[in-house]
Write a protein that binds this ligand. Structure first.
Ligand code: PLP
Length: 385
């Protein structure tokens, strides 16, 4: 089970960071459910002292995701927000951050309601427009925080262009890669300094764990994130680490099916008379289809569609029977939600309007069910719209 230096992506997902358990040969990394480690003598131990600081199950996951993202080191946290919060500790009072305007509502809430209290300021711009993004920079800008594709409008930011801009302005490029997953997009290859994920989504993939990870490249960032992970203590538990580690083994096969179902649902909805607009980068009508095709190896399982009114959206959401009405995304089961009142409720109404997160917008996370069952469910729900 030794990985060669030219191992391909699926092989890396399955094996990176993991070796047979040294004590028993168990092929699966055990759940080291312990809080501490017995030392052989004063000052003599096996490299493990206390489980907030070191845990073999978490370390296996961190090595695995770092390899999958093509980064140098990974740090696993108790949630995606905890990972973003830890990355934000790279900032100091007086620093400024340029952020994708259509970022996840929880990220906006953290920045707008928590970090501004420490005199860190944020400018929200459409990072799909690199000229506008550059105009938002100030001499105090230390970070460009990009989400691509964005949630739920699926805007795409040019990763190579964003990396070049950040480098030119001596800021870090941080990319939230949750929506695409490293199977479809690897921002570090385009020059990103840090990638963050809510592992709750595609990396775990089975809707049974909350977690987050930050993958860093720069030595100074790695040292700081390791320090903060221990200092703040928002670590991923051994059991959750084990669940995500199991999830990443099947990431490529799951993503292939999510992508196939996402594309098929987007086409089905695009042709439906009750649907006014479909947001999916795989459709040739998407304004950034060519860019998405260039920097992603697939278009993924996330899409949103416009029904024109809250009433129509409500009727569809209340009528689906197979697709579950729930927040979150990226699990094997298909989910449907109403961003304006669910995932993006913390975004002020005027901002939601400006971003296109209307009351008639519905978001779908395409699972890996049989596509005809998903289409049948949406078809019968749309009849009531
Ligand atoms: C793009 C994105 N980033 C970050 C998060 C936050 O992750 P978590 O819910 O694991 O804290 C989410 C959650 O929905 C998300 O969609």
């Amino acid at each position: 089970m030794k990985l060669t230096s030219n191992a391909r992506f699926s092989t890396i997902c399955l094996h990176a960071g993991q070796e047979p358990d040294p004590a028993t040969g168990a092929i699966t990394t055990p759940i080291y459910q312990t809080s501490t480690y017995v030392q052989e003598a004063l000052g003599r131990h096996k490299g493990y002292e206390y489980a907030r600081t070191q845990n073999p199950t978490r370390e296996a996951l961190e090595r695995n995701i770092a390899a999958i993202e093509g980064g140098a080191e990974g740090f696993a946290f108790a949630s995606g927000m905890a990972a973003i919060g830890a990355v934000a500790t790279l900032l100091k009072s007086g620093d400024h951050v340029v952020v994708s305007d259509n970022t996840y509502g929880g990220t906006f809430r953290l920045f707008d309601k928590v970090l501004t209290r420490s005199q860190i300021s944020f400018s929200y711009v459409d990072t799909a427009d690199l000229a506008a993004t550059e105009r938002a920079f100030t001499p105090a800008t230390r970070m460009l925080f990009v989400e691509t594709p964005t949630n739920p409008i699926m805007r795409i930011t040019d990763l190579a262009g964003a990396a070049a801009l950040a480098k030119r302005r001596q800021a870090r490029l941080v990319v939230d890669n949750t929506f695409a997953s490293p199977c479809l997009q690897r921002p570090i290859a385009f020059g990103a300094d840090i990638v963050v994920h809510s592992t709750t989504k595609y990396l775990n993939g089975h809707s049974d764990s909350i977690g987050g990870v930050a993958v860093a490249v720069r030595q100074d960032d790695r040292e700081w994130l390791r320090f903060v992970q221990n200092a703040e203590g928002a670590i991923l538990s051994p059991f959750d680490s084990w669940l995500v580690l199991r999830g990443t083994k099947t990431l490529p096969v799951r993503m292939a099916q999510h992508t196939a179902n996402g594309m098929a649902l987007a086409r089905f909805l695009d042709a439906h008379p009750k649907v006014r607009h479909v947001y999916y980068p795989g459709l040739t009508g998407h304004p950034q289809h060519a860019l998405a095709a260039k920097q992603m190896s697939g278009f993924g399982g996330m899409l949103a569609f416009e029904l024109g009114s809250l009433e129509a959206a409500r009727r569809v959401l209340d009528s689906v029977t197979l697709i579950a009405l729930a927040e979150s995304l990226g699990g094997v089961e298909s989910l449907i939600c109403h961003p304006a009142t669910m995932t993006h409720a913390s975004v002020p109404a005027e901002r939601r309007q400006a971003l296109g997160i209307t009351d008639g917008l519905v978001r779908v996370s395409a699972g890996i069910e049989d596509i005809d069952d998903l289409k049948d469910d949406l078809a019968q729900a749309l009849e009531r719209a």
